[in-house]
Design a binder for this molecule. Sequence first.
Ligand SMILES: NC(=O)c1ccc[n+]([C@@H]2O[C@H](COP(=O)([O-])OP(=O)(O)OC[C@H]3O[C@@H](n4cnc5c(N)ncnc54)[C@H](OP(=O)(O)O)[C@@H]3O)[C@@H](O)[C@H]2O)c1
Length: 286
Amino acid sequence: MNITANTKLYAVIGDPIAQSLSPQLHNGLFKENQIDAIYLPVGVKSEDLEKLMAGFRLLNFGGFNITKPHKMDIMKYLDEIDPLARKIGAVNTVVCQEGKMIGYNTDGFGFIKSIEKKLGDIQKENLSILILGCGGAVKSVAMALADWGVHEVIITNRTLEKAVDLAGQINETWLGKARAIPMEESSLRDVIENVSVIVNGTSLGMADHPERTPLAKTLIKKGILVYDMIYSPPKTQLLKDAQDAGALIENGLEMLLYQGLLAFELWTGIFPNPEQGKALLIKGME
Ligand SMILES: NC(=O)c1ccc[n+]([C@@H]2O[C@H](COP(=O)([O-])OP(=O)(O)OC[C@H]3O[C@@H](n4cnc5c(N)ncnc54)[C@H](OP(=O)(O)O)[C@@H]3O)[C@@H](O)[C@H]2O)c1
């Protein structure tokens, strides 16, 4: 590629950063959309974040993504923050525009975009979603779902207090949209009767322990959508069980893809072709 003084800079910052698939995605999308830009992986420790931001302000940056552990800390160095990102308390995308850095959170809407096509013409107002887990990823997704206007988000977590706290935060803004339940079979059985989507937002089932699953197979109903935020392995034990039970399944690659496509759109005004984006991510994983 031909890098000149006009080439716009983009980056993903985090610690560690080598595992990020975002450079493969965005550099590929810039090329496919003939945009004169380059996207760099930048590892940065928390104590150096302020200096890095000062450096970014001096350079020709169009924007950047933020991954663990800086999604919260980055907020204090930005000029403006989108209201939903402020409510979530985390920023994963920054747009640099006319000397200002503006923060957004595309994680939650990435998830929503990815379930919309899977659910077909289902009415969001009638949608009840059960989310297993209550870490950073779930917070973004649960708040975005409430903001989008689903009927109800039910959150369950090993540490119940965290789920109660998150449901409380959601209900402060979107009254009655969230509730927390214990992660116990009897409580789960009661709510699963009325949910159309179950989301795994725990780390159970990741490649280090692929046999683990957050939900008993007997609780999975035919016809619902079971969505695992994990994408490695591509088919977790939960997704295998769900498929056996006759549920629709999706893994977290779609969420990763769509949060990236939405960031790309914020930077360039172009919503890229999802199939091209997915192929770039899969190639990056090889
Ligand atoms: N697809 C994507 O784009 C994407 C993006 C971000 C994250 N993710 C995935 O989402 C998952 C969560 O990520 P995160 O960043 O939110 O992590 P996190 O903040 O560390 O949260 C981890 C969650 O897993 C639960 N958990 C961990 N071990 C457990 C166990 N043995 N039994 C039951 N629950 C357990 C934790 O419960 P406690 O609160 O009780 O500890 C917590 O709710 C990960 O699998 C990650 O790979 C995917």
